[in-house]
Design a protein around this ligand. Structure first.
Ligand code: PXL
Length: 303
């Protein structure tokens, strides 16, 4: 396995070539949709990042009645045209953010607007965290195509930290997608390809080398191999876990954890939510992350 990082290495050079220490009271802006029902995107990011003790501002990219992963006939209001005005107002007010974390984005134009707003309201030295939320299990989510995946790869190339799953990493690098039976060389090649395209640190989710284990690979530009946080694998995944992981990871990172330590906290938090959901067939649409919030609060708000 690759080299290990520990939390007290946080002040070290985990962000390529640079010493990084988070401000005591960092402010994050998250840009993603509001799926009114379904426990994903903003309805996850806001409570989870807040529970981590981090101030979270929101820029909703769209409002949907539900997420697109299994419901039929959902409503969709695109808020793209509101984004420039909101950002201009923030600029006039002198509002800036220590990190910008993007999740599900609905169009290539929104990706371009995120690049533009990052130039305008990310504080000097601030972090760009991108979850390319667009695909899973080898397929793109409803409504996305190869052009969108290419544009998302462009956004990830500008990011300090990217949080893809294996499907997203394969789509963005052109490497083959492998569902199982891969080795460490495959995972390393996905991570390396993303950093070669420009990403600073890759946090690759859904990595499994053994039937009963699942986890996260953390790879910083220039690393030889990833470091890993592995945990038990539950028999069934539940919807929205990528968003839950990414939000908890962002909160933990901004609380001063290293990427590997933040990945560990986020993975355990997500796992607790999945355990709370397991067996409730009526809850196919989401993950009961609320039940795990006490864990996150206790883990990240000591002292
Ligand atoms: O969980 C990612 C996500 C976010 N937002 C919307 C989605 C999905 C996944 O299905 O449909 C609207």
């Amino acid at each position: 396995m690759g080299k290990k990082q520990t939390p007290d290495e946080f002040t070290g050079a985990w962000r390529t070539g640079e010493k990084k220490k988070m401000k005591k009271d960092a402010k994050v802006l998250t840009v993603q949709d509001i799926s009114c029902f379904g426990q994903c995107s903003l309805t996850v990011a806001l409570p989870v990042i807040s529970a981590a003790g981090i101030e979270c501002a929101v820029l909703p990219s769209a409002v949907l009645s539900t997420h697109t992963g299994g419901f039929k006939g959902f409503t969709f209001r695109d808020l793209t045209d509101d984004i420039p005005g909101i950002v201009s107002h923030w600029e006039k007010e002198g509002i800036t953010f220590d990190a910008i974390y993007t999740g599900y984005l609905g169009s290539i134009r929104q990706i371009d607007l995120v690049k533009d707003l990052t130039d305008r309201v990310l504080a000097p030295g601030g972090l760009r965290i991108v979850d390319p939320a667009m695909a899973d299990n080898g397929v793109l989510y409803y409504g996305f195509d190869a052009g969108f995946a290419a544009a998302m790869a462009g956004l990830c190339a500008t990011a300090d930290v990217v949080l893809p799953n294996i499907t997203e990493a394969a789509l963005m690098t052109g490497l083959p997608y492998r569902a199982a039976g891969y080795d460490e060389a495959y995972i390393t090649s996905l991570c390396r390809a993303l950093t070669e395209r420009g990403a600073g640190t890759v946090v690759l989710t859904g990595v499994s080398y053994k039937e009963e284990k699942l986890g996260v690979a953390v790879f910083a530009k220039g690393d030889e191999k990833p470091a890993y946080y592995m945990h038990e694998k539950l028999p069934k995944n539940s919807h929205g876990t990528g968003d839950i992981f990414a939000a908890a990871f962002t909160g933990a990172l901004l609380r001063g954890r290293t990427p590997l330590s933040a990945a560990g906290v986020a993975a355990e938090f997500t796992l607790l939510g999945m355990k709370a959901t397991a067996g409730d067939e009526a809850h196919w649409y989401g993950t009961k992350f609320e039940k795990a919030l006490p864990y996150l609060v206790a883990k990240l708000n000591r002292g």
